[in-house]
Design a protein around this ligand. Structure first.
Ligand code: TNX
Length: 551
C-alpha cells in the first residue's frame, strides 16, 4: 500500500488512487463513545448522499437538513474534486451515506455508523447531523486532501455515539481593538464549525472603535470607527513589555447592516449563533467621541488610540443616554436573531459619575448608595428593555457588583469565582476565566520568540485541563450554560496572528465544552496530531508549542 501510495504521489494526478484512512478514531473534541468495527466502507465521488425525509418534515426542516448534507459534500470536495448532490429519499440505501432523524436523540446528538455496506448518520436534528459530518471529516485522511485525483477512500468501520455536554461552546472575537474583515470573520466561523462550537460572541464596540452600522446614529461609524494606526513595539521592562504609539495614518473599519446579516446567515448555516456585544456603560470612548452628549461632561473626545481602562464612560444621569442605547439595541435586535444580547459591563470606572451632578441626582432619586449601584440601575433598565423585546441579557461578571437580576446571564472572566457565585444564587453562567480561556495570552514561556502578546501565560495543556464545572454541585452545574474562549486583539493586528493565537488552543477549549470531565492529555495530543492535518489542509496557521512533531 505504501509503495503504491508513493508511486501515485510521484505520478500525482496521473493515476486514480484509493486511500486508506487511519483505523484509529482520532477526533477532537473527543466523542462521548466510539468503537471500531470490522471492514471498511468505500467512499467515492459516486457515493450517493441521501436524506431520509420523515413524513412530518416541514420546509424549514428540509432546509436545515440540507445544511448538514451540503457540509458533507464540502468535506468530500478536496478528495474527489466534486461534491455529491444530496437527494431526498424515502428510505436508507446500501452503498450510500444516509442521513436519518431519530426523535429519541437530542437535537445536537448523533450516532455515526460506518459499516462496509453503508454509512448511517442518525441524529436528533440537523445540528447533530452537522456534527457527525465534522467527525467524518476528521476521519478522512486529510494529509492527502487536494493532492491528487482520488478514486476512493476506504473508511474503517466504526460506531460513534456523541453529544455535547454543554449547550454553549463559544468564541469571542474583539474586532474593536483591531478590525477583521467579513471574509476573516467567516473564516473564524469555519474554525468554530470544525471544532463543533456553536456561539460566536462578536465584540463590536470598545474605546478604540465602534464597528457596527447603526442607521439612526451615523456618526458612530463615521467618527467612531476610525482612529489612528497603532504601532506596537516591544519594550522589555516597560508596561506590558510593549510600547504602543500611533502615527497619523487612519485605521479602522466597520460592518454595514447588510454585512452583519451576511455573517449571521453564514453562521446559521453552520449551526452557530452570533451574539452581539454592545459595551455599556464602560469601554465607550468611541461612542462618546461620536456623540459628546453621551458623556457626563459633554466634552469632545477622540477615539482612543491606546489600550487600558478609560474612565470616560456613558452618563447614566441623562435620560438621553438610555434613549440612545435603546435605539441602538432596537437596530441590533433586528439584525441578530440570538436570544442573548451581550451588553459588556466590564471595567467601568465611576470617577466621572461621582463628580457629575446628573449622576448624583439620579442616585438620590433612586435611593442608590454607591456609584456601583448606579451601574446596576443602568444595566437593569437595559435588561428590562431587552426583555420587552423577548431577549435576555449577558454581561461580564462585574454584573454581580451592581446587584444582578435573576434573569441575567453572567460571563465569568475574572476567574470562575464570579460564575460559581452566580450559579449558586441561580443565575445562568458562561465560564470564560482568564486562567484558562484567554487566548490572547502567550502560549509559550519563551515570550521573546513569540509574537508580542498582552502578557499572561496560557499553554495548551492548561486550556485542556479546564473543567468549567469544578467547584459546583450537579444541581448548581445546571446553571452553567457552557464555556467560551476570548480573543482580545490589542496585540493581534492581523488575521494570520489571530489564527496563530487561536490554534490549537481553541481545540482544547472545544473539548472542555464537549467532554469536560474525561481528561487524558496524551490521548488529546494524539488526536490533535490528526486534527493538525486538517488545519494544514485548510491552510490555517497554528502554534507548534507542545504538539508532537508532525511526521
Ligand atoms: C480585560 S476581559 C478586558 C478587555 C481586555 C482584556 C485583555 C474583559 C471583560 N475586559 O477589555 O482586552 O482584559 O486580556
Amino acid at each position: 500500500r505504501l509503495l503504491a501510495g508513493i508511486g501515485c504521489l510521484l505520478l500525482t494526478g496521473a493515476c486514480d488512487r484509493t486511500l486508506y484512512a487511519d483505523p484509529e478514531i482520532a477526533v477532537v473534541p473527543r466523542p462521548a463513545a466510539a468503537e471500531r468495527g470490522d471492514g471498511t466502507f468505500r467512499l467515492s465521488a459516486g457515493t450517493p448522499v441521501r436524506y431520509v425525509v420523515p413524513a412530518d418534515a416541514t420546509p424549514d426542516e428540509l432546509k436545515a437538513w440540507s445544511r448538514a448534507t451540503d457540509a458533507l459534500g464540502e468535506a468530500m470536495l478536496p478528495f474527489f474534486g466534486t461534491a455529491p448532490t444530496p437527494s431526498e429519499a424515502a428510505e436508507a440505501a446500501a452503498g450510500a451515506v444516509n442521513f436519518l432523524r431519530a426523535d429519541t436523540l437530542p437535537h445536537d446528538a448523533y450516532r455515526l455508523t460506518i459499516a462496509p455496506e453503508r454509512i448511517d448518520i442518525v441524529s436528533g436534528g440537523p445540528q447533530g447531523a452537522f456534527y457527525a459530518v465534522q467527525t467524518l471529516r476528521q476521519l478522512l485522511p486529510q494529509k492527502a486532501a487536494g493532492t491528487a485525483k482520488i478514486r476512493a477512500v476506504e473508511l474503517p468501520a466504526a460506531t460513534i455515539d456523541d453529544r455535547p455536554a454543554l449547550a454553549y461552546r463559544g468564541l469571542m472575537l474583539d474586532v474593536a481593538r483591531h478590525f477583521f474583515t467579513v471574509e476573516e470573520v467567516k473564516r473564524t466561523l469555519d474554525l468554530l464549525a470544525l471544532h463543533k462550537m456553536n456561539v460566536f460572541h462578536w465584540h463590536l464596540t470598545d474605546d478604540q472603535g465602534w464597528r457596527i452600522e447603526i442607521e439612526r446614529y451615523p456618526e458612530l461609524t463615521r467618527t467612531g470607527a476610525v482612529r489612528r494606526r497603532t504601532l506596537i513595539g516591544r519594550d522589555p521592562g516597560g508596561e506590558y513589555d510593549a510600547t504602543c504609539r500611533y502615527d497619523e495614518t487612519p485605521y479602522g473599519g466597520y460592518y454595514t447592516q447588510e454585512e452583519i446579516r451576511e455573517v449571521v446567515d453564514y453562521a446559521a448555516r453552520r449551526f452557530i449563533t452570533v451574539i452581539p456585544e454592545i459595551e455599556f456603560p464602560g469601554h465607550a470612548v468611541a461612542a462618546l467621541a461620536s456623540y459628546p452628549w453621551l458623556s457626563c461632561t459633554g466634552e469632545r473626545y477622540e477615539v482612543r488610540q491606546t489600550w487600558d481602562i478609560d474612565d470616560r464612560v456613558f452618563c447614566p444621569g441623562r435620560e438621553t443616554t438610555f434613549e440612545f442605547i435603546e435605539h441602538v439595541l432596537e437596530e441590533v435586535i433586528g439584525l441578530f436573531p440570538s436570544e442573548y444580547v451581550h451588553i459588556g459591563g466590564d471595567e467601568c470606572p465611576t470617577t466621572l459619575w461621582e463628580r457629575c451632578p446628573r449622576c448624583r441626582a439620579r442616585m438620590r432619586a433612586e435611593g442608590l448608595d454607591s456609584p456601583r449601584q448606579l451601574q446596576g440601575y443602568a444595566t437593569a433598565r437595559v435588561e428590562r428593555f431587552l426583555q420587552r423585546h423577548g431577549r435576555r441579557l449577558i454581561g461580564w461578571d462585574e454584573l454581580l457588583e451592581g446587584g444582578v437580576s435573576p434573569t441575567a446571564v453572567v460571563m465569568s472572566w475574572r476567574g470562575t469565582e464570579g460564575g460559581i457565585r452566580a450559579a449558586k444564587q441561580g443565575n445562568r453562567v458562561i465560564m470564560a476565566p482568564t486562567t484558562h480561556c484567554y487566548l490572547d495570552y502567550y502560549q509559550s514561556a519563551d515570550t521573546a520568540a513569540e509574537p508580542l502578546a498582552w502578557g499572561g501565560f496560557l499553554p495548551l495543556e492548561k486550556v485542556y485541563s479546564f473543567d468549567p464545572l469544578e467547584g459546583l454541585t450537579s444541581d448548581e452545574a445546571r446553571f452553567v450554560l457552557g464555556v467560551q474562549a476570548n480573543l482580545w486583539t490589542e496585540y493581534i493586528p492581523d488575521f494570520g496572528q489571530a489564527q496563530y493565537m487561536l490554534l490549537p488552543r481553541l481545540s482544547a477549549l472545544a473539548e472542555a465544552g464537549w467532554n469536560p470531565q474525561e481528561k487524558d492529555y496524551d490521548d488529546f495530543l494524539r488526536r490533535l496530531r490528526r486534527l493538525t492535518d486538517l488545519y494544514d489542509a485548510c491552510g490555517y496557521r497554528y502554534a507548534p508549542h507542545g504538539l508532537p512533531r508532525n511526521q
